[in-house]
Design a protein around this ligand. Structure first.
Ligand code: NAD
Ligand SMILES: O=C(O)C(=O)C[C@@H](O)[C@H](O)[C@H](O)COP(=O)(O)O
Length: 546
């Protein structure tokens, strides 16, 4: 954010008179240990009189010039929280200054208070020149109608504070400030952001935009409390919501379920301008994405992942799909979301075993691309393995998990940005999956995906070692790290012949040749392994058995 020697605000708060910009801004600055500035107070200090006096003596145009000059200066030399006066963002010069600030990575937060509450607060206080003359309420409402669409456009963060105390509103603002954002560039489609943090789901309406009238909210029963929140946010934003509950986990990734959703969309008149929101684990976001990719050949969709694995992997990258009798994810489409909102508060209800399976895909990303992930996993293995959603939020572990999620999503974004349709580079994200998907199928999906992938990575490491690409120590490191996280490292649930037949149907296979992706020397260095010797393929299988 800061250029050499300059400071920029952590956030700028805008909103209607009475929205609570100053009160909430002060609360946030105290919570974050940062300085706070109120533009109106700074202006009165600079001109040596109150704003009503300045208005009366020099008029509004002169005031707006003083105001926009002070705002521009403050944006370039202040590193705390900065609240603007109600009318400030209506001035073109201030709009330009705020746009430059956002281009530099700044956050302009539109504090969207309940209009009635804000109007009453604004008129209680008096001393507001813009409300002088005539019925103050009517005047406030006229200003709201003029300003709300402008504020909505200018801001890049929107925080609704309806019914919130100043402290609750401050917490929402702080969550937005602290959230992590990973940008995913997509060569053949629109770029999008993955937002990671408490309250990320609040971005639903801004990400969906104002074109959809109808939203198909696709979710599963175990995440009802989170889909309830999504539904409330969507309805508050004025969307018509079709609530679609699908079977949980892999049972939801079938053509029968997809057809049922297509039937609903048809019966309710969904058109290309409408959208899909998927809330749940990776299976739910895979199905939701598949429905969005296929309804009328493609409508907008936003993923709200609620499991660790879905946050770090499934919800991003555009792989949508369903399973068939022949195997995992054999039907689907590369179709990218309009955005991904990884709301950390949803992890509060995530069972420990589901959290742990998500660590399988986190570790994978460490092995294929970011060794720092492996270091963090090693350092915090015990805490991660003991994950307890009920006591997780607000603890130091939440920051560790947020860092792991951001890093893992960065690894995925790097691969999918360069190779959306998996022509080569993206296949490295499939590390451990050739054997992993075979195990899932052999286990009739009783094994969780992340657990199967963990064993699959040990298999791939054994195969690479047998062929001289990595040393035994690195194979042993796979086992020790994955086991320390509570992940399985062996499997003996079926015959080599059955597994081999399934691996031959893996999407990376070409003709009747097996293809794997394996480490080449060490973490972060990957290679394709085409048509490996049959005896090595079988010996590696023997080595992952109990
Ligand atoms: N599209 C991709 O790129 C991609 C990437 C990785 C995995 N996947 C797919 O994702 C699936 C695995 O995802 P998963 O591990 O999330 O499994 P999942 O979707 O089956 O969820 C696991 C279980 O956790 C529950 N759950 C999820 N979030 C919860 C929450 N916050 N509170 C309580 N319960 C919650 C689910 O309801 C389910 O019972 C597999 O189908 C895999 O193929 C897809
Ligand atoms: O996004 C990818 O590409 C991946 O390979 C990510 C994997 O972690 C994920 O499990 C994906 O769903 C597997 O893809 P598939 O094409 O093997 O089904």
């Amino acid at each position: 954010m800061s250029d050499a020697g300059t400071q920029h605000p952590v956030a700028v708060i805008i909103g209607m008179m009475g929205a609570g910009k100053t009160r909430v801004g002060r609360e946030v600055s105290q919570m974050m240990g940062l300085p706070f500035k109120d533009a109106d107070i700074e202006i009165e200090r600079e001109v040596g009189m109150t704003i009503p006096e300045y208005f009366a003596q020099y008029g509004e145009p002169a005031f707006r010039k003083v105001e926009s000059d002070l705002i521009r200066r403050t944006l370039d030399d202040f590193g705390g929280l900065f609240a603007l006066g109600g009318g400030a963002p209506m001035t073109p010069a201030t709009q330009d200054a705020l746009a430059d600030y956002i281009d530099g990575g700044g956050r302009v937060i539109y504090l969207q208070a309940d209009p009635k509450e804000a109007m009453e607060r604004a008129n209680r206080g008096g001393g507001r020149p813009m409300l002088n003359g005539g019925d103050a309420n009517a005047r406030w409402m006229r200003l709201f109608e003029q300003r709300d669409p402008v504020f909505d456009r200018i801001a890049n963060v929107h925080v609704r504070t309806h019914g919130s105390t100043p402290q609750m509103a401050a917490r929402k603002v702080m969550n937005m400030i602290e959230e992590r954002v990973v940008h995913v560039g997509v060569v053949s489609a629109d770029d999008y952001n993955v937002r990671i943090g408490e309250g990320a789901m609040n971005h639903l309406a801004p990400v969906l935009g104002d074109k959809p009238a109808r939203i198909a909210l696709i979710h599963t029963q175990p995440v009802q409390r989170h889909s309830d929140r999504a539904r409330a946010l969507l309805r508050q934003a004025g969307y018509e919501v079709s609530d679609i509950v699908i079977p949980d986990a892999e049972a939801g990734k079938t053509v029968t379920v997809a057809n049922g959703v297509w039937e609903r969309l048809g019966a309710e008149g969904f058109t290309r301008s409408d959208a899909v929101v998927g809330v749940g684990g990776g299976a739910a976001t895979d199905l939701a994405g598949f429905v969005a990719a296929t309804w009328m050949r493609g409508i907008r969709y936003v993923n709200c992942p609620t499991s660790l694995l879905a946050m770090v992997d499934a919800s991003t990258g555009g792989k949508t799909g369903i399973n068939t009798a022949a195997g995992k994810n054999l039907v689907g489409s590369f179709y990218t979301p309009a955005g991904v909102l990884a709301d950390m508060t949803t992890l509060a209800s995530l069972p420990n075993d589901i959290f742990i399976e998500g660590l399988g895909e986190v570790a994978k990303s460490g092995f294929i691309s970011d060794p720092e992930i492996l270091r963090i996993l090693e350092e915090h293995a015990g805490e991660l393995r003991a994950f307890d959603g009920a006591s997780f939020l607000g603890t130091p572990l939440e920051d560790v998990v947020a860092e792991l999620i951001e890093r893992t999503v960065h690894v995925k974004a790097k691969h999918v940005s360069a190779d959306l349709k998996e022509a080569g580079l993206r296949e490295f994200l499939n590390y451990g999956h050739t054997m992993g998907h075979a195990i899932e199928k052999m286990e009739h999906f009783r094994w969780r995906h992340g657990n199967a992938v963990a064993v699959g990575m040990v298999y791939a490491a054994e195969l690479a070692c047998l062929l001289g690409h990595i040393d035994r120590d690195l194979v042993d490191y796979h086992r020790s790290l994955l086991a320390s996280l509570g992940l399985p490292t062996s499997w003996n649930g079926g015959s080599f012949e059955d597994v081999l037949a399934i691996m031959h149907r893996d999407k990376k296979a070409r003709g009747n040749k097996l293809r794997f992706v394996v480490l080449d020397g060490g973490p972060g260095r990957m290679m394709h392994l085409d048509d490996p010797p049959a005896d090595a393929v079988e010996e590696a299988f023997r080595r992952i058995q109990h």
